[in-house]
Design a binder for this molecule. Structure first.
Ligand SMILES: [Zn+2]
Length: 458
């Protein structure tokens, strides 16, 4: 390949790369039945960025209600970093409806706009510019729509290489290292088949470019990538694609299909498959919570800038399951027959620190910092408790807060049998490990008066 052609491809945002991305998108649109929405739905976010086209670039904020409801849009999944300069505010939102100066957007957003135009789309949703960042009520309203924003986007652009808005999406690299080397068949000159030499396996690329990135471990990203039907990722050396039926990268442009199990380790397929299983379970195929608990175990290992967002950053996933199944959700749990089992969570590294501010009921895994595990299956098949209802508790000190991003205090009313237990501290070199042990076997007794679990657990 001529040196001049190579130089054009030095950035992962090159024209050649966007042509590859377009080919992935078109293949998915036309050939992947699994990637079509389960429920066709015409819906648009409250606000979008109108980016124009490559030939007629422009940038302004538009209201979804003023746009054709069948308009396609891309969504951006990114890590903000510490720079909060380039955001939508009460002061600039009217002005931005007329136009947004290029100097008022971050490098990552500039690159995302370039990708959006390259994909032939004219609209882009990004949280920093489509949610009014200094209006808590706007944030509460818009963050509740995340399941639709990402679930209905034509493609989600993931800035996996970017630790902040200043870093941009694209990587500078030697394209020789990421593109496959094609060797014509030396044994048969007229063969239509060739040999391909590639630098890495697909699962290795996924681990290096995605799983080890700062983006991957961000709490909000957990649901953004799980809800998205199509992901176009920009890693530290190359571009990747992930949808229900294909995982690909520049090194593997034809990718691996979901029917090929070789490279499914450490891939998005695991999370997507788990999400599909969750929806199936919630429809009544199964009644256990194991899939949800596996989700939560992974989620609690992700990082959040604001720990009070712990439930909010997962609400989009919960909302989608609720909408599709009608199941009732509360503070990180599904109120089905196996609620008692899911309440048996434990911090991985106790004693866990007491959060300085309220973020969830004390019985919820979301009430603490750090990772949790669930004690699967101890009471499988046993109906331990009955959910009588849930309600929000009035709390004067809580309601006086000016921070409307705080989650409401929630209580469950349950009925069931209470058994006396004691907590023992083990002297086996793990002094912080606490074990609950029943000290007195009791016969089944009368059902106790229901009490809110938030007080029972004190
Ligand atoms: Zn697809």
């Amino acid at each position: 390949m001529a040196q001049r052609e190579l130089l054009k491809q030095v950035t992962s945002g090159s024209t050649e790369n966007l042509q590859i991305a377009n080919a992935w998108l078109e293949n998915c649109r036309h050939n992947h039945m699994s990637c079509k929405p389960q429920k066709p739905e015409h819906w648009l976010p409250t606000r979008l960025l109108y980016v124009g086209t490559e030939n007629m670039p422009t940038l302004r904020l538009i209201m979804g209600s003023s746009t054709n409801i069948e308009t396609e849009y891309a969504a951006l999944s990114h890590r903000w970093g510490t720079n909060k300069s380039f955001v939508l505010t009460l002061a600039n939102r009217e002005r931005y409806l007329q136009g947004i100066p290029p100097s008022n957007i971050s490098s990552t957003l500039q690159d995302a706009i370039h990708i959006t135009r390259g994909l032939g789309l004219q609209f882009l949703w990004v949280d920093s510019m489509c949610i009014v960042q200094d209006d808590a009520s706007d944030w509460a309203r818009e963050s509740a729509t995340m399941s639709r924003v990402y679930g209905l986007s034509t493609c989600t652009i993931a800035a996996a290489n970017s630790g902040s808005g200043d870093a941009g999406c694209f990587a500078t690299r030697n394209p020789h290292r990421v593109r496959p080397c094609i060797i014509p068949n030396p044994f048969k000159a007229d063969s239509k088949y060739s040999f391909y030499v590639r630098s890495q396996y697909l699962h290795t690329i996924h681990r290096n470019e995605v799983k080890d990135s700062l983006w991957y471990n961000r709490g909000w990203v957990f649901q953004e990538r799980t809800l998205s039907r199509r992901l176009l990722l920009f890693g530290k050396t190359q571009m990747l694609w992930a949808c229900e039926e294909l995982q690909a990268a520049e090194t593997w442009p034809c990718g691996k299909t979901s029917k090929n199990f070789i490279d499914q380790f450490e891939s998005f397929e695991v999370e997507r498959a788990r999400f599909r299983a969750l929806l199936d379970q919630s429809r009544g195929v199964a009644t256990d919570n194991y899939t949800w608990m596996a989700f939560i175990q992974d989620y609690t290992r992700a990082k959040l800038t604001r720990m009070t967002d712990k439930l909010a950053a997962l609400q989009g996933l919960a909302t989608q399951v609720e909408n599709l199944t009608g199941q009732q959700y509360c503070a990180g749990f599904w109120l089905n027959n196996n609620l008692a089992t899911s309440l048996l969570w434990a911090a991985v590294k106790p004693p866990f620190p007491s959060p300085p501010e309220y973020r969830a009921p004390s019985w919820s895994w979301a009430s603490i910092d750090g990772a949790v595990n669930f004690n699967h299956g101890r009471f499988h098949g046993t109906k331990m408790i009955q959910v009588l209802g849930k309600h929000e508790l009035s709390d004067l000190s809580h309601n006086k807060s000016s921070d409307n991003r705080k989650p409401p205090r929630t209580a469950l009313q349950l009925s069931g049998k209470l058994l006396p237990i004691t907590l023992l501290r083990l002297h086996d070199g793990t002094p912080d490990r606490l074990v609950a042990q029943r000290v007195m076997k009791t016969e089944p007794g009368p059902v106790h008066e229901p009490k809110p679990l938030g007080t029972v657990s004190q």
